[in-house]
Ligand binder design. Structure first.
Ligand SMILES: C[S@@+](CC[C@H](N)C(=O)[O-])C[C@H]1O[C@@H](n2cnc3c(N)ncnc32)[C@H](O)[C@@H]1O
Length: 375
C-alpha cells in the first residue's frame, strides 16, 4: 500500500507498517481532506469578512483584539478564526507576553489580502459556498447524467469566477498575452471586430475595450447572472464600444465578420464544444484569429494524476462545476476541467476546418494559450 501525503507528491510505502498503523495513517490522510475543506471555509470567511484585508494593511503582528477592533467584529469569534488559520499554517503566529499575535507573510498578503496583486487567489474561495451547495444537486446529476450550468451557482458564483480570473488578466492580458499573437495589438489599435465567447462577467472584454477604443467588442455567455454583472460594470465604465449578449436572445454571428475571437476558460465547460469550434470557424473572417485559452491538461487520466499536483482539486471542481456545466444538457460532451488537452483541441480545430494551430509562449500556472486560424 502506498499513500500520497497531502498531494505534495510525497509517496510513502506503508507496506512495512502493521495493518493497524496503515489504517491510522490512511485515516489521517482522509481527515486531512476534511481539514482542507473546513480550512477552505475559514479562508472564505477571512476574505468575505475583510480579515485578510485588514491584516494585509496592518502588516505587523496583531492580537485578536486589534484585528477584531479594526474590522468591527466580535473578538471571541475572530480569535477562534485566527487559531484555525495559524494551526493550518495559513497565517504566521508567535507568543507575545501571555497571548498569541498573528500576521500575514509577504506571500500571504499577495494571495489573501491584496486584490490588486496578480497572485490574488480568493476567487475560488469566494464561490466555495455555491460550489459546495452543488453537492445537493449531485445525486440527481449522477442518476440522470444531467448536470447544472453556471447559473445554478447564483449571482455570487459569477462574482467568484470574475474574482478568480480578473487579477491575472489585469496584470498580463495586455502586456503578455496580446503581444504573443503576432501583430494583434497593432490590429486592435487600428480597429477590429472582437467577440469573446463565454465572457462571464466581462472582465477581459472590458479591459480590451478600454485599451482599444477604435475596436468593437461583443461578449456572449449563457449565464444571466454573469451577463448582469457584466452590464453593471459596463454601465460604470462609460465605454460605448462593448455589448454583451445571451446567445438565446442574440445569436452568435454566422457570417465571416469577426477579426478576433477569444474564449477564456470556457470551452471545456460547454455542452457542445465541437459545435462551438464550427461556430467560431463560421464567424471568423478568412484572416481572423482565435485565442483559445483553456486548462493545461495531459492526454490521459494517468498522466494528469501523476504529473499534476492539483489533479484531485481539479477533478473535484469538475464534478461540482465544469463537468456539471458541460453535462447540463442531455448528451452534453462533458469534457470537464481537465478534458481539453492540447491534442484534443488541435484535432477539434482541424475537424472544424482550421489549418493553423499554434501553442503560444505565455506562462500561466494552469492555463494553456493557443492561436488558431484558417490560414
Ligand atoms: C469558467 S467561466 C469563465 C468566464 C470568463 N471567460 C472568465 O474568464 O472570467 C466559464 C463560462 O462559460 C460560460 N459558458 C458555458 N457554456 C457556454 C456556451 N455554450 N456559450 C457561452 N458561454 C458558455 C459559462 O456560463 C461561464 O460563464
Amino acid at each position: 500500500m502506498t499513500l500520497f501525503v497531502a498531494n505534495y507528491g510525497l509517496e510513502m510505502d506503508l507496506s512495512a507498517l502493521s495493518k493497524d498503523d496503515q489504517r491510522k495513517l490512511f485515516a489521517f490522510h482522509v481527515f486531512g481532506k476534511l481539514e482542507g475543506a473546513v480550512t477552505a471555509g475559514m479562508i472564505h470567511l477571512g476574505d468575505t469578512l475583510g480579515l485578510y484585508r485588514a491584516m494585509a494593511e496592518h502588516r505587523d503582528w496583531m492580537s485578536s483584539e486589534q484585528l477584531a477592533l479594526g474590522v468591527g467584529l466580535h473578538e471571541r469569534w475572530v480569535r477562534e478564526w485566527l487559531h484555525n488559520q495559524a494551526a493550518a499554517r495559513v497565517i504566521e503566529w508567535q507568543i507575545s507576553g501571555d497571548a498569541a499575535v498573528f500576521r500575514l507573510s509577504d506571500a500571504a498578503v499577495d494571495v489573501l489580502g491584496n486584490e490588486e496583486s496578480e497572485h490574488f487567489g480568493m476567487g475560488m474561495f469566494h464561490r466555495l459556498p455555491q460550489t459546495m451547495q452543488a453537492l445537493y444537486d449531485m445525486p440527481h446529476a449522477f442518476e440522470t447524467g444531467v448536470g447544472c450550468d453556471y447559473d445554478s451557482h447564483g449571482p455570487e458564483g459569477a462574482v467568484g469566477i470574475e474574482r478568480s480570473f480578473e487579477p491575472w488578466s489585469r496584470a498580463n492580458l495586455l502586456t503578455k498575452v496580446l503581444p504573443a499573437v503576432d501583430g494583434l495589438t497593432e490590429q486592435l489599435e487600428r480597429g477590429a471586430h472582437v467577440v469573446d465567447i463565454g465572457c462571464g462577467a466581462g472582465s477581459a472584454l472590458l479591459m480590451l475595450a478600454m485599451a482599444f477604443p477604435k475596436s468593437t467588442f461583443e461578449g456572449y455567455d449563457i449565464s444571466r447572472f454573469a451577463l448582469a454583472r457584466a452590464e453593471e460594470k459596463l454601465r460604470g465604465s462609460g465605454l460605448t464600444n462593448v455589448a454583451f449578449h445571451h446567445p438565446a436572445d442574440s445569436p452568435l454571428p454566422t457570417s465571416a465578420s469577426v477579426d478576433f475571437v477569444t474564449t477564456f476558460d470556457c470551452i471545456h465547460d460547454m455542452t457542445s464544444p465541437r459545435r462551438m469550434f464550427d461556430n467560431i470557424f463560421e464567424m471568423l473572417k478568412d484572416d481572423g484569429r482565435w485565442l483559445l485559452v483553456d486548462i493545461k491538461a495531459h492526454d490521459t487520466f494517468e498522466a494528469n494524476v501523476t504529473a499534476n499536483p492539483m489533479a484531485s482539486l481539479m477533478y473535484g471542481i469538475s464534478v461540482l462545476s465544469c463537468m456539471s456545466s458541460a453535462m447540463s444538457e442531455p448528451d452534453g460532451a462533458g469534457l470537464g476541467t481537465l478534458g481539453l488537452p492540447e491534442s484534443l483541441a488541435r484535432s477539434m480545430a482541424q475537424d472544424a476546418g482550421f489549418t493553423s494551430f499554434e501553442r503560444l509562449d505565455v506562462d500561466h500556472s494552469v492555463n494553456a494559450f493557443y492561436e488558431i486560424s484558417k490560414s
